[in-house]
Design a protein around this ligand. Structure first.
Ligand SMILES: *[C@@H]1O[C@H](CO)[C@@H](O)[C@H](O)[C@H]1NC(C)=O
Ligand SMILES: *[C@@H]1O[C@H](CO)[C@@H](O)[C@H](O)[C@H]1NC(C)=O
Ligand SMILES: *[C@@H]1O[C@H](CO)[C@@H](O)[C@H](O)[C@H]1NC(C)=O
Length: 335
């Protein structure tokens, strides 16, 4: 199991072997860790993605922009915006929910195979922008007569370009997420957008704060997270069970988004927020077996929440957060 994750190069493999043989208590601290600072004044890199040329990380932040990391300046630079004529002076560098409508608040991201970026905004709906960024094109803001409201999780099926996303709630948004916890709200939806027809379909309704969605590597299912019921479920898309749901996990405390593993397509990563400042990173398989459960601590001891875990190469991981002013990167991380 561990050896599959280890790189082939002898030195790296040696380090890796040591890391994976350590007890999880010791692994709890990051072996090699970097903080990639977000633009001054901003926070909230909830979702972190890479394009199909391995450029990135890209993330949406509190001032309404989608930014991409520039290794030369060791900082993030603006890549895309969602609001036409966005007032740069008013918006840039801000972390103020009162400005989300005027400035935009891109939350979740997903590239298609031509490196077009689908952007889910917390209030304004679904957008797409070309490989060079710029002002994104609005696609939809209502589905089946209801506003999308807070678009939270998003994933693009690499096999057929269908876009899956969650509408967190009809009542609660990103700016009042804390009120949603414990509310019993069940107005969330799982939605599929078909770029070929420009239409969207509600796949599931009455969900408890659906916050994350990831398509199965073979397109046969989607795994989705309900933040308000602490559950992870699987919706079958094809086969004899098509249209039915299996609940995989009922005990993941305050999860957010979920990401498919690029190296092991049948594995998924998510975060568990046991309480503020106490987070775990989980690796699960497509049947909901928990393969890894590691404390996210070290620099994250001073960060209130972790929204998700993105795997880049086998042992490279990035951590998203609604509150952190940086993107965390851990390498040789045995998750
Ligand atoms: C990616 O999305 C763009 C914009 O919707 C579309 O023109 C392009 O064909 C898509 N790429 C693929 C591989 O489907
Ligand atoms: C949450 O915020 C949204 C958008 O600002 C607002 O429309 C809604 O009334 C708020 N909900 C509650 C329960 O405060
Ligand atoms: C992950 O581990 C922590 C610490 O042992 C535990 O509290 C939590 O319940 C575990 N998560 C799951 C989903 O089992």
């Amino acid at each position: 199991m561990a050896s599959i994750l280890c790189p082939k190069l002898a030195l790296l493999a040696a380090i890796c072997a040591v890391l994976v043989s350590l007890p999880s208590r010791v692994l709890a601290t990051f072996p090699f860790y970097f903080q990639l600072p977000l633009p001054s004044g901003t926070a909230g890199s909830v979702d972190i993605v890479f394009n199909f040329q391995n450029d990135g990380p890209f993330t949406g932040i509190s001032d309404g922009t989608v930014v991409v990391f520039n290794p030369l300046s060791f900082g993030f630079v603006q890549f895309a915006t969602v609001v036409p004529n966005r007032d740069q002076t008013l918006c840039n560098g801000k972390n103020d929910p009162a400005l989300y409508i005027q400035c935009g608040r891109p939350v979740s991201l997903g590239f298609n195979q031509s490196n077009y970026l689908y952007i889910g905004d917390a209030n304004l709906g679904l957008f797409v922008v070309g490989p060079n960024g710029g002002l994104a094109t609005p696609l939809i803001s209502t589905v089946d007569g209801l506003p999308i409201g807070s678009l939270f999780g998003l994933d693009v099926d690499p096999n057929n370009e269908l876009v899956y996303f969650t509408s967190f709630s009809q009542i609660y948004r990103l700016n009042n997420l804390s009120l949603a916890i414990g509310s019993g709200d069940r107005t969330g939806r799982l939605i599929r957008y078909d770029p070929a027809t420009g239409t969207a379909t509600t796949l599931l309704r009455n969900l408890a704060g659906p916050s994350g969605v990831a398509v199965c590597a073979d397109s046969s299912c989607v795994i989705y997270v309900e933040k308000l019921s602490n559950t992870v479920s699987k919706l079958y898309l094809t086969g004899p069970n098509a249209g039915t749901v299996t609940v995989l996990l009922t005990n993941v405390i305050n999860p957010d988004i979920i990401n498919r593993s690029p190296s092991v397509g049948t594995n998924f990563f998510l975060s568990e927020n046991i309480q503020p400042f106490v987070q775990y990173a989980l690796r699960i398989d497509v049947n909901g077996n928990i393969l890894k459960n590691i404390s996210i601590d070290g620099p994250y001891n001073s960060v209130m929440d972790v929204t998700g875990v993105t795997q880049f190469f086998a042992l490279d991981f990035y951590f998203g957060s609604l509150t952190a002013t940086f993107v965390g990167k851990a390498i040789f991380y045995a998750l």
